[in-house]
Design a binder for this molecule. Structure first.
Ligand code: RI2
Length: 308
């Protein structure tokens, strides 16, 4: 898919999930390099820069997209000629996509170790990393129950329950506001991540912080499944994560409520590090306090040399 259609598919949530949008962004830049027919370096760099901006503007919250796009363009402008620029975009993109898929697989294996027979697990929204952990544990022969939230307004929980049921897992769909009632049956929570800040806070689908609060109250373990390219270098410099607000029509259709009613539709929220027991990454399970160190090791120092 080209850059414009990829950005539109991300914006409209046809392509969604923090890991998937990062891979889609990298793949669109790969497509740009492979189909480039221009002849000079300056035009290619200008086109690459415009493509980068188009992709980054599509959804603002998940840093995975930022890290993915920057991993692809890194070093390109320092190449001596157009052929080397195109080759570097291609190899960077392919490396990012392969590593990203491998990271999700590693997280499944590491996270599955935290699951035991008889566990009752809650998950929220639809995270391929969290679902991967549950499916891997089941494939290893562990038997447990899952409660999955509906996750209004997009109802990505429907994807989750169908994926889990298809794998054979005992899964129950609940509405978001049932989380606290159901927490008394649960002993573990597994969720995904859109962004993890340098101080270990989790930015994930709106409602995650309420799940975490209910888990803390009930002393239920709260695990985050996050590839390290969801760690945000910008937060180290004090940047706040932008919380995406989507169309109000997603909450109530036009004409459903009186015109004087205001609608607020933030789609992510922030869970403080103190509510998180551990973050399961491809580099191993870490405490929220170790995010900075793992981020430097995994993303490399160049990720901290900020480019816009
Ligand atoms: P994976 C999703 O966002 C959810 O918030 C989910 O927890 C997160 O991305 C991570 O998903 P959205 O795109 O990368 O549905 O684990 O808004 O698939």
């Amino acid at each position: 898919m080209d850059v414009a259609s990829t950005a539109e598919a991300i914006r409209s949530m046809e392509i969604r999930g923090a890991g998937r949008i990062a891979r889609a962004g990298a793949s669109a830049l790969l497509d740009l390099a492979q189909s480039y027919h221009g002849e000079d370096e300056a035009s290619f760099l200008a086109e690459l820069d415009a493509a980068k901006r188009t992709l980054l503007d599509s959804r603002p919250t998940a840093v995975s997209l930022w890290n993915g796009v920057h991993a692809v363009v890194r070093g390109v402008k320092d190449q001596p000629d157009l052929a080397s620029m195109l080759a570097l975009v291609e190899s960077n993109a392919q490396r990012f996509i392969t590593r990203s898929e491998e990271a999700v697989r590693q997280i499944s294996l590491i996270g599955a170790k935290r699951i035991q027979d008889g566990d009752v697990i809650i998950t929220h929204c639809n995270s391929s990393a969290a679902v991967g952990v549950l499916k891997e544990a089941y494939a290893q022969g562990k038997r447990f129950k899952v409660y999955a939230t509906e996750s209004r307004p997009w109802r990505q929980g429907i994807i989750t329950v169908n994926e889990l049921a298809e794998a054979g897992i005992d899964v129950t769909l609940i509405i978001d506001s049932a989380v606290r009632s159901v927490m008394k049956y649960a002993n573990k929570v597994f969720v995904g991540a859109d962004t993890v800040t340098s101080h270990g806070a989790l930015i994930n689908k709106v409602g995650t912080s309420q799940v975490a609060l209910a888990a803390k109250e009930a002393r239920v373990q709260f695990y985050v499944c996050a590839e390290t390219y969801k760690f945000s270098p910008m937060t180290l410099f004090g940047d706040m994560v932008t919380i995406e607000e989507r169309d109000t029509e997603e909450v109530a259709k036009d004409g459903e409520v009186r015109p004087e009613v205001k609608i607020f539709n933030p789609v992510f929220d922030s869970t403080p590090a103190a509510y998180i027991d551990a973050i399961i990454t491809e580099a191993g399970m870490i405490s929220p306090g170790s995010v900075y160190q793992v981020m430097v090791e995994s993303l490399g120092e160049e990720a901290f040399r900020m480019e816009d």
